[in-house]
Design a protein. Structure first.
Length: 410
């Protein structure tokens, strides 16, 4: 095989140790192979970087082992050493020959012949943003779980508030629940009803009659305290995320023009895929990397299961949330959902819409243009919104008489 890199290195990374192998080729074609063991503390990472730099290594390759590779990657990145983090599936060792030394030698050999493709590693500021956005997702899930537990305790006590209010997490419902925890009577609680809930006073009062024991009240107070704590954490995290999104303000605003994407989901997407789409090559490769496209499984001319591959779980989660929101908007995604859900089911349809949205995101970030829905007549919407003001201005300045004023459709 043709040699692409004359000075390569392979690192087998573990929690407590790193096994490194370098392969050096001189001008006469002679090979020098050296293997060393290093720890994973800061001083050990500095020694590893110094060893690689002193030997003039052109390319370092390591597997993406759990989170252990991240500190090693940053240590080498600071020394401006070219590092590739590769998928472990692409560097399978020969069966029966599995040791740490042989793993590092195999990685160095594959790197030497240019047989490995690097994984997408975002720049440092986006890696730090990822820490915040993924923490935000985790706390958001915990918050939803605590709210569900609170409603379960209410049901256990015979309080059927969820059967009367349309949104159990709305302001009126939350005020009623807080009053219930504070020991107020049903007659006092109905005063917290707002809007359409005022039309259901009788049903609301009956739903609040239950047998709340001391154990129920203790649990409700604990859960409410935890909910308040999680909401404060979310608020603090969001302030940090907004501050770190300032350099990507233009791309952030572009993504929010897509139906179903708000400030939070746009920030989560940028943290996961970045803003430089050239790294992925094309929209289909981006979808494949994220695990949002159908898998390939064909044998003897027969198409078998097209299960999606394992990809980026964080981006998959946020895209499914976006898809569920987008299919309820007046856009092309609503018609696509209706066309697919009959024969493919809800879950597969949501994945298909997420796939389409991700490809649209690639195009918008590549061209730096806002989203324009092909199924929406923006000129008609603009005219309907502004026509009364335009007509009044024409009458005011004498271009149109009051007698000939056209009738506008409601």
């Amino acid at each position: 095989m043709e040699v692409i890199v004359k000075k390569s290195a392979g690192l087998d990374v573990h929690r407590k140790s790193v096994v490194g192998t370098i392969i050096l080729e001189d001008d006469e074609g002679n090979l020098h192979v050296e293997t060393r063991d290093f720890g994973t503390f800061h001083k050990d990472r500095v020694q590893l970087a110094t060893w690689l730099k002193s030997n003039g290594i052109e390319l370092v390759v390591m597997e993406s082992t759990s989170v252990y590779w991240k500190a090693i990657y940053e240590a080498l990145e600071r020394e401006r050493i070219n590092v590739h983090v590769v998928n472990a599936r692409h560097v399978k060792q020969v069966p029966g020959r599995k040791t740490d030394v042989q793993d590092s030698q195999w990685l160095a050999t594959l790197a030497r012949h240019g047989l490995l493709r690097p994984s997408f590693i975002p720049p440092k500021d986006l890696r730090e943003l990822r820490l915040l956005t993924r923490r935000w997702q985790k706390i958001q899930g915990m918050l939803a779980g605590e709210k569900n537990r609170l409603h379960k305790v209410l049901d256990d006590a015979g309080i059927r508030l969820g059967t009367v209010v349309s949104d159990i997490n709305g302001k009126s419902a939350q005020a009623i629940i807080d009053g219930l925890i504070d020991g107020k009577s049903p007659l006092e609680l109905i005063n917290y009803a707002r809007g359409r809930l005022r039309d259901k006073i009788q049903a609301l009062q009956e739903s609040l009659e239950g047998d709340i024991s001391d154990a129920h009240l203790f649990l409700l107070r604990q859960i409410r305290s935890h909910i308040n704590y999680l909401e404060r954490e979310l608020s603090e995290l969001w302030e940090q995320i907004k501050e770190r999104m300032i350099p990507y303000k233009d791309q952030w605003e572009i993504l929010q023009t897509i139906p179903g994407i708000d400030q939070v989901s746009a920030a989560l997407l940028i943290a996961e895929i970045g803003v430089d789409m050239k790294r992925f090559g094309n929209a289909h490769k981006l979808a494949s990397w994220a695990g949002m496209c159908p898998g390939n499984n064909e044998s003897a001319g027969k198409r078998k299961s097209g299960r999606t591959r394992k990809g980026n779980r964080a981006i998959r989660q946020v895209l499914c949330q976006i898809s569920n929101a987008a299919c309820k908007t007046k856009s092309q995604f609503k018609s696509k959902y209706k066309a697919l859900v009959i024969r493919r089911g809800h879950k597969r349809t949501i994945i298909a819409i997420g796939h389409k949205i991700l490809r649209i995101i690639y195009v918008l970030l590549s061209k730096k243009q806002p989203y324009v829905d092909p199924g929406v007549d923006y000129e008609e919407i603009l005219t309907k919104r502004n026509a009364p003001r335009w007509i009044n201005a024409l009458i005011k300045y004498g271009f149109l008489s009051q007698l000939t004023r056209p009738k506008l459709a409601a």
